[in-house]
Design a binder for this molecule. Structure first.
Ligand SMILES: [Zn+2]
Ligand SMILES: [Zn+2]
Length: 242
């Protein structure tokens, strides 16, 4: 199954419409702030002032919302870390639930981020997102608790080691790898599909709906995978400073 992180829109929804017309299941994961053109992040320099979803994209999203094949994922609320944004030349700032450099966010604080974002998707698109996708795949134990409290059963994580979907406490974790990896769910960013539509559309054509996925018990190597994901993020920032 394909999870498309809809961030930078490099068209007016033509690709998204084609994906919808395939008539099979896929996941579309959205940072709620991109549904709010009036949001301060488009005026204070966090995002370019036209980075929010163009109205044509919103229209296709509304159609997706009415289609039972399409699963909505939520990526936080504003999808950035104010502290790391101040030193964005040195650190990637596009995380929200877990910062590798600041204090650990308590469950309540994370629940506020998740609930605020979830409500925006519900209000704007009249659909309840089904899966929580922590921005930049950065999360901790408190994110899992908060996502569950907010009403989620499905949660996406980055797969470095390939795993089948597995249960972790009350949540079903969907490890996401790159297209071509052996994970049940593969992910990409919308603008990265450009020029490779055939490959991605093929993935949608053969996708199995979420409810038919076989859920395993938590693999022994799951925590190692999480550690590797974190190590790779730290390494990515270290290279920036080199
Ligand atoms: Zn940060
Ligand atoms: Zn993202």
């Amino acid at each position: 199954m394909l999870d498309v992180h809809l961030e930078r829109c490099d068209d007016k929804g033509e690709r998204l419409r084609k994906m919808l017309e395939i008539g099979e299941s896929f996941i579309i994961s959205i940072p709620p702030v991109l549904l709010l053109p009036e949001h301060e992040t488009f005026r204070n320099g966090v995002y370019p002032n036209d980075y929010y979803y163009p109205k044509e994209i919103v229209e296709v999203l509304e159609e997706c919302a009415k289609n039972k094949n399409i699963v909505f994922g939520q990526q936080g609320y504003t999808h950035y870390c104010p502290e790391c944004f101040k030193s964005k030349e040195k650190r990637d700032p596009w995380h929200e639930n877990r910062c590798l450099y600041g204090d650990k966010k308590q469950v309540e604080e994370q629940l506020k981020i998740i609930s605020t974002g979830r409500k925006i998707i519900e209000d704007k698109l009249k659909v309840t997102p089904y899966m929580y996708v922590p921005p930049n795949h950065q999360f901790d134990g408190n994110t899992l608790i908060a996502a569950k409290k907010a009403g989620y059963n499905y949660f996406a994580e980055r797969a470095i080691i390939n795993f089948a979907p597995y249960s972790d406490g009350d949540l079903i974790i969907l490890p996401e790898g790159d297209i071509g990896s052996k994970t049940e769910v593969v992910y990409t960013h919308y603008d990265q599909m450009k020029g490779r539509e055939g490959e991605y559309f093929e993935e949608i054509r053969f996708s199995e709906p979420l409810h038919s996925l076989d859920i395993k018990i938590k693999p022994v190597l799951a925590e190692l995978n999480r550690g590797l994901v974190t190590a790779r993020k730290i390494f990515r920032d270290a290279v920036k400073n080199f």
